[in-house]
Design a protein around this ligand. Sequence first.
Ligand SMILES: [Zn+2]
Ligand SMILES: [Zn+2]
Length: 354
Amino acid sequence: MAVVKAFGTPSAASPLAAFQFERREPGPRDVHIDILYCGVCHSDLHQARNDWGNSVYPMVPGHEIVGRVIAVGAEVGKLAVGDIAGVGCMVDSCRHCAACQRGLEQYCEQGATLTYNDHERGSARLTQGGYSERIVVEERFVVRVDAGLDLKAVAPLLCAGITTYSPLRHWQVGSGHKVGIIGLGGLGHMGIKFAKAFGAHVVLVTTSARKAEDAKRLGADEVLLSTDAEAMRRHAGSFDFLLNTVPVGHDLNPYAALLKLDATMVLVGAITALEPPLQGYSVIANRRRIAGSAIGGMPETQEMLDFCAKHGIVSDVEVVAIQDINEVYERLLRADVRYRFVIDMQSLKTGSRA
Ligand SMILES: [Zn+2]
Ligand SMILES: [Zn+2]
């Protein structure tokens, strides 16, 4: 066992603070990673504060991890010491069910093992995330990262990136499609970049007029204000695909009305009740579909990182020190971030912000 420094919380009511815990000894198929950067996902905050009622403590959050490989087990083939590696939202799964066999480990029939706020498979040991010095993960759940990319801006690809890449790929969004990205935050800004890179005509759908300029800088061709009833009418029935990144329950009906015949809206942000209720007519008209999508499997996560390396795609990030994480959470609640906070893990190792 190796003791590692981290930032974590002992309970839902406590702020995050310096914390130490033991990582498991690396096994023959494990990759031992020295963490360089860890993104800050909205779900870190929700789970640290037990907003979803399923939290286990003590908890070290963080599932957007980029680091350098410092050791590999004897059976590891795809990574070597010195390589740059990434770890996302899950670190294990059953490996045998239909979903796992298809490389869709996030839909494992027995439940994937989450990177933190979970237990290691067949063990009472808690999994602990990326707000820490090092992590030990089995090779299958580690991806290779091109060292030429801006590594701090790669970290959010491991959750926000794959969450938007996967549905755009699954529904084969591309050239000739008019695609709406609903909401411009950590997810939405990656949705715009990927949809544009796939060749679509990209429209940001937002409640906030002040986001228009930034959306265009990120690659959007148009901005549609969902608060402008006349503009919403003009765009009604015209979208081939909608990626809905809104992180809270909201009214789907006005967005559904934007879909053309047989088109689909995919939810990736909201996990709680969607209110007011969906009107049957909203989907009966135009034979519309409303679907959902969760992150991506390990093969697709690797495909995304390779795509990003080829096309120079990374997140827009603000780098912060681990010592400021509680203030960062408050800013996250105010949506005061463009578009993802990333912790420079050097701050944890040296114990200072500089
Ligand atoms: Zn996340
Ligand atoms: Zn499985």
